[in-house]
Design a binder for this molecule. Structure first.
Ligand SMILES: Cc1cc2nc3c(=O)[nH]c(=O)nc-3n(C[C@H](O)[C@H](O)[C@H](O)COP(=O)(O)OP(=O)(O)OC[C@H]3O[C@@H](n4cnc5c(N)ncnc54)[C@H](O)[C@@H]3O)c2cc1C
Length: 453
């Protein structure tokens, strides 16, 4: 058995709790630290889909042409808070550069290994625990207004098919027989079998946190403020409730991983794609299985006695409050798709997807520092969280999984670092230098640390 290590996991979203559980199951001494209650950030209000099929990034060929049109169309699910544009412009530039066939396929190939067995990964995580009943097996349908709309999605379906996701098509009156909640605006379902969803993702993560405590893990509510990197290894994590000595640290802090990485002198290309949900309480009807509504691009998920519609992408950073337009769009599109739906009440929510410019999460060790990363899961964090946690635990246990981890490598090549370290200095603190060691030296403010990836 591997040596027992003291490990601090920073952030108790789906990625953090999964990581903490797998590390604790390997008998490590694990402290999970969160500034809030577990599962209250992005992991709270997502659509709950185990989206094994979600291999296609937002950046597909043609986006450069369509994005400006989408931004001006109030019926499109893409929104921008224009005052944030100057701030996000460098990230957007790198993001949009990837809207081509080669990069989209590269991303799909890299996402498949962390998405493809998601249902099984969730089942392994929860087997025999209080959270078991939240993992539901289901089919998943893409709902289209027409065959023409389905055919417009040919690019995505070609890649999904290559990844093994071949849909069964249901058309005409059979659509409403399959999903009685759907009105006449929906005329085609592309159905994928053997998928899954989570009943109330926020409660799921909170229960997983309890599971972690029940098996001997410790949860601390505090804000992590810095890392002690004396020498070239992690020594401790500094928090608002004091210092936690450790042999390893794992950063699973969602969008807030960016300021934590800045503490290490690293500027990771992380931005938020803000997303929204409307929860219809006590609905008169529920879908039999989760769906993705292609008009409006939002997920629809039955969650016990409520129906959740979640989606939209808004660029606007983490400081501005929620906007009305994305919520209005979700309500409008839901009313068209489900014309007979009545309900007692609704809940509205906004969350911060942590997104990288290449749509791939950062999973791995920062050089040989003992600091590991598990963040940047954009639209697929619930789906890939348990697998990410398992991968990080396996890396820490020195039993790396049999998959190519290079696409998720958080480290940049020594050459790129060398180039940047010559030009970008500001302030005084510890940071990475070109030879891979950590020394006290002027802080390096790199632009887009991972563009070389
Ligand atoms: C509308 C919407 C719908 C979505 N639908 C789906 C879906 O159907 N399927 C899917 O797979 N994904 C979906 N996603 C994406 C998914 O929700 C995210 O990718 C995922 O929740 C990210 O999880 P995380 O653990 O990385 O981060 P979070 O859940 O954001 O957790 C990060 C945690 O770190 C803590 N933290 C941050 N900084 C500090 C600090 N300094 N000290 C201590 N604690 C700190 C925070 O308090 C927080 O609890 C959706 C997202 C949105 C917004």
């Amino acid at each position: 058995m591997a040596k027992t290590l003291k490990i601090v996991v920073v952030g108790a979203g789906i990625v953090g709790v999964s990581t903490a559980i797998w590390l604790r199951r390997a008998n490590h001494d694990v402290v999970l630290i969160d500034k809030d209650q577990p599962g209250m950030a992005a992991s709270y209000g997502n659509a709950g889909l185990l989206a094994q099929w979600a291999v296609i990034p937002v950046t597909t060929p043609g986006l450069l042409k369509t994005a400006p049109k989408y931004l001006l169309d109030p019926d499109s699910p893409l929104f921008m808070r224009w005052s944030y544009l100057p701030k996000i412009a460098p990230w957007l530039f790198q993001f949009m550069k990837r809207a081509n066939d080669t990069d989209a396929r590269k991303t799909a190939a890299a996402l498949l290994p962390i998405l493809g067995d998601s249902l099984q990964q969730h089942k392994s995580l929860v087997q025999g625990t209080r959270a078991e009943s939240r993992v539901q097996e289901s089919s998943f349908s893409f709902a289209y207004d027409s065959r023409k709309a389905f055919e417009k999605d040919a690019y995505g379906w070609a890649i999904r098919r290559e990844c093994g996701y071949v849909p069964e098509l249901i058309e005409g009156r059979a659509v409403q027989e399959e999903e009685p909640i759907l009105g006449p605006s929906i005329n085609l379902l592309a159905v994928l079998k053997d998928h899954g969803h989570i009943l109330h993702p926020g409660l799921y993560v909170a229960e997983l946190a309890q599971v972690f405590e029940e098996i001997g893990g410790q949860i601390v509510q505090a804000e992590v403020t810095d890392f002690d990197l004396t020498g070239d290894r992690i020594k401790a994590v500094e928090t608002t409730k004091g210092r936690f000595e450790c042999d390893r640290a794992v950063v699973t802090s969602g969008i807030w991983s960016k300021p934590l990485m800045q503490k290490l002198g690293l500027n990771v290309p992380l931005e938020t794609e803000r997303g929204y949900h409307v929860l219809f309480k006590n609905p008169s009807q529920l879908p039999r299985n989760p769906m993705m509504m292609s008009s409006g691009k939002f997920g629809v998920t039955p969650m016990g006695n409520s129906l959740r519609c979640a989606g939209t992408v808004e660029f606007g950073g983490i400081h501005a409050g929620p906007s009305r337009a994305p919520i209005a769009l979700l309500r409008k599109k839901a009313a068209i798709a489900f014309p007979n739906l009545t309900y007692s009440d609704t809940e509205e929510w906004m969350g911060f997807r942590p997104s990288t410019t290449d749509s791939l999460p950062l999973i791995g060790e920062l050089r040989s520092t003992g600091i590991f990363t598990g963040f940047g899961h954009q639209h697929i964090g619930l789906t890939a969280g348990p697998k990410t946690g398992r991968i990080v635990a396996e890396l820490i246990n020195n039993t790396p999984p049999n998959i190519d981890l290079r696409p998720y490598d958080p480290c940049v090549s020594a050459n790129t670092m060398a180039q940047r370290s010559m030009v970008q200095f500001a302030g005084q603190r510890d940071c990475f230098v070109a030879d891979g060691s950590l020394r006290s030296m002027p802080s390096m403010i790199s632009q887009n640390r991972l563009t070389a990836r």
